[in-house]
Design a protein around this ligand. Structure first.
Ligand code: PMP
Ligand code: GLU
Length: 382
């Protein structure tokens, strides 16, 4: 039989990041040694104390449903963490989700109707566009590429782009895919525009713990932003917990009670024992987080030096574990060639709205990163 699919699913493509990582896995299954720099997943094991907490929670019988928005201990730990960041948060303004992706999905579904305008700062992580399209929204994209991926010099462009018709703006600092950490002046510029045009802002802070020598500011901590910011965060990156699926949103109570309806009718709740492990992650994992951060920083520095040796100047951000390598205008062809010939997997910049680049995730060992650069150079990709 032929199905009559809903328009909303036909409007979107599968996630490009996950599609390329699947392609890398397929080649590996055929016996090819692929250096996979595509998917953004820390390559460290989840810290032992978190694993223990998860196991203990299972042994203690925390295996049933929890209250839909999350267990009180985790919601309180999250609210306390947000208060440390200067966000005026209470635990009943938090929804604990299976991954930050679900938190973003629920937020966008809650706010965006057919035709509502959502502004993105390009390059922007692949799933924002898809989530907006799934909700029927229209996209308004502001390009940061001409400004070395920084937001502050692009504020005039943003001011020209947004208007009273803009419903939502998505800000992601530290950024996937550029690693840029936006300055306080940039965030204050966003705040001024959001207040002027009455725009709700999603602040996706999932890479917040992964910054090098700079302190990222939480957008929701700025005066004027408390009642219009949805802060998104999660455990995947900071604590190397991608497969545990744990994240959250914080927003004013009025928004939370609407999003909670979607949450209760879709996922019911995040996994019970995983939520218990999340409390341990927030409260007792500083040392492991610092070790991972230091390792990412060393890799970033090594990688940009290696590219410089090949006369490739890569804009380097102060956070996350990504960089955008300038490549041919046809970045899709470049990435397809790089994986086929050099067996190095990267994601085309065009998937993020910025053609002419390939995103590299440097969440891989120094040895594999060296190998990747050597292979790219050997096969004429640098
Ligand atoms: N936001 C950004 C910017 C991301 O890169 C990711 C990557 N996975 C997510 C949200 C979602 O993360 P998760 O669902 O694993 O918590
Ligand atoms: N966020 C990561 C990435 O950009 C993981 C994959 C995904 O969820 O898109 O590679």
């Amino acid at each position: 039989m032929s199905f009559d699919f809903a328009d909303r699913v036909e409007r979107v493509e599968p996630s490009a990041t996950l599609a390329i990582s699947n392609k890398a896995s397929e080649l590996e299954a055929e016996g090819v040694d692929v250096v996979d720099l595509s998917v953004g997943a820390p390559d460290f094991p989840t810290p032992e104390n978190i694993v223990e907490a998860g196991k203990n929670a299972m042994d203690a019988g925390h295996t049933g449903y929890t209250s839909s928005n999350g267990i009180p201990a985790l919601k309180e730990a999250i609210a306390a963490k947000l208060r440390d960041d200067g966000v005026d948060a209470e635990s009943d303004e938090v929804i604990v989700t299976p991954g930050a992706k679900q938190a973003l999905f629920e937020t966008i579904q809650t706010l965006i109707d057919d035709g509502d305008e959502v502004a993105l700062l390009d390059p922007a992580w692949v799933s924002y566009e898809a989530m907006v399209k799934l909700s029927g929204g229209s996209l308004n994209r502001v390009d940061l590429a001409p400004y070395d991926f920084q937001l502050e010099p692009a504020l005039d462009d943003l001011a020209d782009a947004v208007s009273d018709d803009t419903e939502l703006l998505v800000v992601n600092s530290p950024s996937n895919p550029t690693g840029a950490v936006y300055s306080d002046a940039a965030l204050e510029g966003v705040r001024d525009l959001a207040v002027q045009h009455d725009i709700t802002v999603i602040s996706d802070e999932i890479y917040q713990e992964i910054t090098y020598g700079v302190e990222p500011t939480s957008l929701g901590s700025l005066e004027g932003m408390e009642d219009r910011t949805v802060t998104i965060n999660g455990f995947s990156k900071a604590y190397s917990m991608t497969g545990w699926r744990l994240g959250y949103l914080h927003a004013p109570e009025s928004l939370v009670s609407q999003a909670a309806k979607l949450h209760s009718h879709s996922v019911s709740c995040a996994v019970n024992f995983v939520q218990h492990a999340g409390v341990e992650a927030i409260e007792n994992t500083d040392e492991a987080v610092t070790e991972m951060r230091d390792a990412f920083r060393a890799r970033r520095d090594m990688l940009s030096e290696l590219f410089a040796e090949h006369d490739v100047d890569v804009p380097v951000g102060d956070g996350a574990f990504y960089m955008m390598l300038p490549v041919d205008e046809n970045d899709q062809e470049w990435c397809a060639g790089a994986i086929e010939d050099a067996h190095v997997a990267t994601v085309p910049g065009s998937a993020f709205g910025s053609p002419g680049y390939a995103r590299i995730s440097y969440a891989a060992s120094e040895e594999r990163l060296r190998e990747a650069v050597e292979r790219l150079a050997e096969h004429g990709y640098l």
